[in-house]
Design a protein around this ligand. Structure first.
Ligand SMILES: Nc1nc2c(c(=O)[nH]1)N[C@H]1C(S)=C(S)[C@@H](COP(=O)(O)OP(=O)(O)OC[C@H]3O[C@@H](n4cnc5c(=O)[nH]c(N)nc54)[C@H](O)[C@@H]3O)O[C@H]1N2
Ligand SMILES: Nc1nc2c(c(=O)[nH]1)N[C@H]1C(S)=C(S)[C@@H](COP(=O)(O)OP(=O)(O)OC[C@H]3O[C@@H](n4cnc5c(=O)[nH]c(N)nc54)[C@H](O)[C@@H]3O)O[C@H]1N2
Ligand SMILES: [Mo]
Length: 760
């Protein structure tokens, strides 16, 4: 079995470039899946795990948050879901002997790819003060160390409890409860870097910070606009839904600076005919300039308002507020300004308008291409404006569809992982547990880095994720993390955050989704919420990666007991014993979870959470109506000679986890240090395809940040724009460059210049 990690590092980063294909999935996807799975898991385990992904008695795919079809295929998996599973179910192991052989200074010199390839962590590990080597530690001692540092703090607000979106509802609920009993709302999470802008925009305009459509709505839509999203790589199962809608007659508009193969043509690996010919998905491709979306949607809204009979007046009168303000602001939109902000041809915008006017059931889907800009929140609000004008919210086949990233990022927020919780949530928590949760807001991700940097936070605890790899401004973030007294990572695999630590550090290895979880009361399952607000069970079926692992709920429960001791009346032991006891409490605290356990027992396939705008056209906003908004139109201003860089994902990565060095759908192989530039922009700078350039970001305060040695790839992106992979480019994103209101790092609009690399 080829399950040994590849030897040696630095990993050779030598990108090869060929023409990008114009279709996604198909036979190459199946071949690729099987090869990667076999390398990590061997053949028998590959078969055993892949058959259980997303089945009703199996585990939730640890990949993306796209919902499952109700009648599932025998093998409901996609290439990238399978890669996420293989990465976790790997047979490779990181043992105490590994840590003895690799001091922290050595780990810090390795690539993220190499670290991830070493396998699953098997034992709790401790890095004492002044030492360069992690050593094995007992669980009891690990919790005592955490208790020591937490109780020594001057204030509970000097502690940070980060969550990445793979954490189950049960573990998330316990973690936020513990943090609030301890006395802080410092619960930053990956959502702060992800869909926070969507949540902010939707809460204000519709009253609920989540999407308003179900999978059935998508199938029934007659127009789907996909803006700022690359589903072929990041939500591959969405392509089946788009194909289904398409077959039923829907039209698709994609709005993107890049032509993404998955949106062009989908070769469904589940059908023989799909494998051969595939389905063309996009009817209209609007190749927009980075950051031009608000301008585009504002002009479309003006044109809708000016077209007789195009506004759903009945809906606007009955259900909305603020129409007059929007109408007045929209008047100011001009073709000239819009075409220059978007780089689009007039005919393209006119065609989009026609398609929108012809549609009765419109859905807009989006992801990071819209959320990670300075003006992300007003951009998403402008999309809401469009849907409200057309009465396309709370009607079958219509609505907003922010497509979430991590498989339970939405559920974690529902469970109270939020630095700005509502009073009603805290009141319910206080009442249920007899505690007094703090009411003042905590730190989000960016503020957490600032607090560490400025010495206002001293203990950092992470329930999953790779904080220093994922956060912006790598050098600033790493320096901030090194100032902590203690850093603790609950992790399945090694990553950069284990190598960039506080004075003391702990690695607490945990069960993943695929692992069987047995507690004193017997075998457990956990629950997750998908991108469309459906909650369902997830049950691992593999023997755990090591007998020394604890589950995430067990880790929180034991930490709480060690830290809070007899001061806490919460039955932490019972919660660890039987997760049903946690769900009983969730049922009493969080609306929509009534009879949680009973409903799951009746149907492990789960249930949909209530959503007032979708279910009853009720909008729980400040005005009691759906709100039109009329923010001034913004778009990035790029100084002469500069480009606007977006930092995105390749096909072979899951956020900071790098599965491999290829980006098949963009024709890149064998390397990640590439920058995609329009051929004319590259030539203007004297950069032939294949030359190497440094990316230098220029921030408004005059500071510069440099990422050296990227191979220039001539690529048909929109003019004036560039693209390169995250996390290699996080070093370029200034910590202070964030979205207004949501404070999400603006990692899709970084002003850069290209400088030919000195070695070239
Ligand atoms: N295999 C795999 N699956 C994943 C992930 C992964 O890393 N790997 N990550 C998960 C997570 S956490 C998330 S949040 C999602 C991310 O899913 P995506 O948002 O699809 O991820 P990105 O690669 O960041 O792609 C951003 C897309 O937006 C486009 N874009 C960039 N700027 C603009 C703009 O200004 N306007 C418009 N209209 N488009 C723009 C880019 O060209 C690109 O197509 O995927 C989830 N699923
Ligand atoms: N420049 C730039 N920066 C970005 C983005 C971007 O587009 N551009 N995207 C942002 C987005 S959308 C997101 S969501 C964040 C992602 O930020 P994070 O969620 O913090 O990062 P991940 O890379 O998903 O975390 C991977 C690690 O999670 C751990 N892990 C995996 N499974 C489990 C599990 O079941 N339990 C536990 N406890 N640990 C587990 C493993 O140790 C693995 O190394 O990055 C953000 N950063
Ligand atoms: Mo995300």
């Amino acid at each position: 079995m080829a399950t040994q990690p590849p030897a040696g590092d630095p990993v050779q980063d030598a990108p090869q470039v060929s023409d990008a294909p114009h279709a996604a999935a198909g036979l190459p996807a199946i071949a690729h899946t099987l090869r990667m799975s076999r390398q990590q898991m061997g053949l028998a385990r590959t078969a055993r795990t892949l058959l259980k992904v997303n089945q009703k008695d199996g585990f939730d795919c640890p990949g993306c948050a796209w919902p499952e079809e109700d009648r599932r295929h025998v093998a409901e998996f996609c290439e990238n879901g399978a890669k996420a599973v293989a990465e976790e179910a790997t047979l490779r192991r990181v043992t105490p002997a590994f840590f003895a052989a690799h001091p922290v200074s050595d780990l810090a010199a390795r690539s993220g790819y190499w670290l991830g390839q070493q396998g699953r962590i098997t034992r709790p590990m401790y890095l004492p003060e002044g030492s360069d080597r992690y050593e094995p530690v007992t669980w009891d001692r690990a919790f005592r160390i955490i208790a020591e540092e937490l109780t020594a703090l001057g204030s509970p607000d000097e502690a940070l409890f980060y969550t990445s979106g793979r954490t189950s509802n049960e573990a998330a609920f316990l973690l936020q409860l513990f943090a609030r009993e301890f006395g802080t709302n410092n619960l930053p999470d990956c959502s702060n870097m992800c869909h926070e802008s969507s949540g902010s925009a939707l809460t204000e305009t519709l009253g609920v910070g989540k999407g308003s459509v179900s999978l059935d709505d998508l199938h029934q839509a007659d127009l789907i606009i996909v803006a700022g999203q690359n589903p072929g790589t990041n939500h591959p199962r969405m392509l089946s839904a788009l194909e289904k809608a398409k077959t039923a007659g829907a039209k698709i508009i994609s709005v993107n600076p890049l032509p993404e193969a998955g949106l062009e043509r989908f070769k469904n690996p589940q059908t023989p005919q799909g494998l051969v010919r595939g389905t063309a998905l996009t009817d209209l491709f609007l190749q927009i300039r980075i950051g031009g979306d608000q301008a585009l949607f504002r002009l479309l809204n003006k044109l809708i308002i000016e077209t007789d009979g195009a506004v759903d007046e009945d809906f606007v009168r009955t259900h909305t507020h603020g129409y007059e303000e929007l109408a007045a602001a929209a008047k100011a939109a001009t073709w000239d300004e819009t075409l220059s902000a978007t780089g689009l041809p007039r005919a393209g915008v006119e065609r989009a308008l026609k398609m929108i006017l012809a549609s009765k059931r419109t859905i807009v889907c989006w992801a990071m291409g819209l959320t990670q800009h300075k003006h992300a929140v007003p951009t998403i609000r402008e999309i809401v404006n469009l849907l409200l004008l057309r009465g396309a919210v709370g009607r079958p086949g219509a609505g907003v569809c922010p497509v979430r990233g991590h498989s339970n990022v939405q559920g974690d927020r529902t469970m109270g992982i939020f630095e700005r919780p509502s009073d009603s949530f805290l009141d319910a928590l206080d009442e249920e547990f007899g505690i007094t949760a703090p009411r003042h807001h905590g730190y989000d991700v960016v503020r957490a880095v600032q607090a560490l940097r400025d010495g206002r936070a001293k203990v950092f605890f992470a329930m999953g994720g790779n904080f220093v790899g994922a956060a912006p401004d790598t050098e600033v973030t790493e320096a901030a993390m090194r100032r902590a007294r203690l850093t603790v990572h609950v992790s399945t695999k090694l990553n950069r955050s284990h190598a960039v630590t506080g004075t003391r550090a702990l690695i607490l290895p945990t069960l993943g989704r695929t692992d069987k979880d047995v507690q004193a009361s017997g075998r457990q399952f956990v629950t997750v919420e998908d991108s469309m607000g459906r909650v369902h069970a997830s049950r691992g079926n593999l023997p755990p990666a090591s007998p020394h692992l604890l589950s995430e709920p067990a880790i929180v429960a034991r930490m709480a007991r060690a830290v809070l001791g007899s001061a806490s009346a919460t039955p932490w032991e019972d919660f660890e014993r039987d997760y049903a006891a946690v769900r009983d409490r969730i049922a009493r605290v969080i609306p929509g979870f009534e009879d949680f356990n009973a409903r799951l027992a009746a149907d492990p396939g789960g249930f949909a959470l209530p959503h007032a705008p979708r279910d009853e056209r009720r909008f729980p906003t400040a005005t009691g109506k759906a709100n039109f908004t009329a923010a001034p139109v913004e778009h990035p201003v790029v100084p002469e000679g500069r480009l606007l860089l977006q930092t995105l994902r390749s096909h072979d990565q899951y956020n900071t986890t790098v599965y491999g060095l290829d980006d098949r759908y963009r024709g890149i192989r064998g390397g990640r240090r590439i920058v995609l530039v329009h051929p004319d922009d590259a030539r203007e700078r004297g950069l032939a395809d294949g030359t190497y350039a440094d990316l230098v970001s220029e921030w408004t305060d005059g500071t510069e940040r440099r990422a050296p040695g990227f191979r220039v790839v001539h690529y048909p992106t929109a003019r004036g724009c560039a693209a390169a992979y995250y996390p290699e480019t996080n070093v370029l994103v200034p910590l202070e460059a964030t979205a207004d209101i949501s404070n999400t790092p603006a990692s899709k609009s970084v002003v850069i210049r290209l400088e030919q690399s000195p070695t070239d």
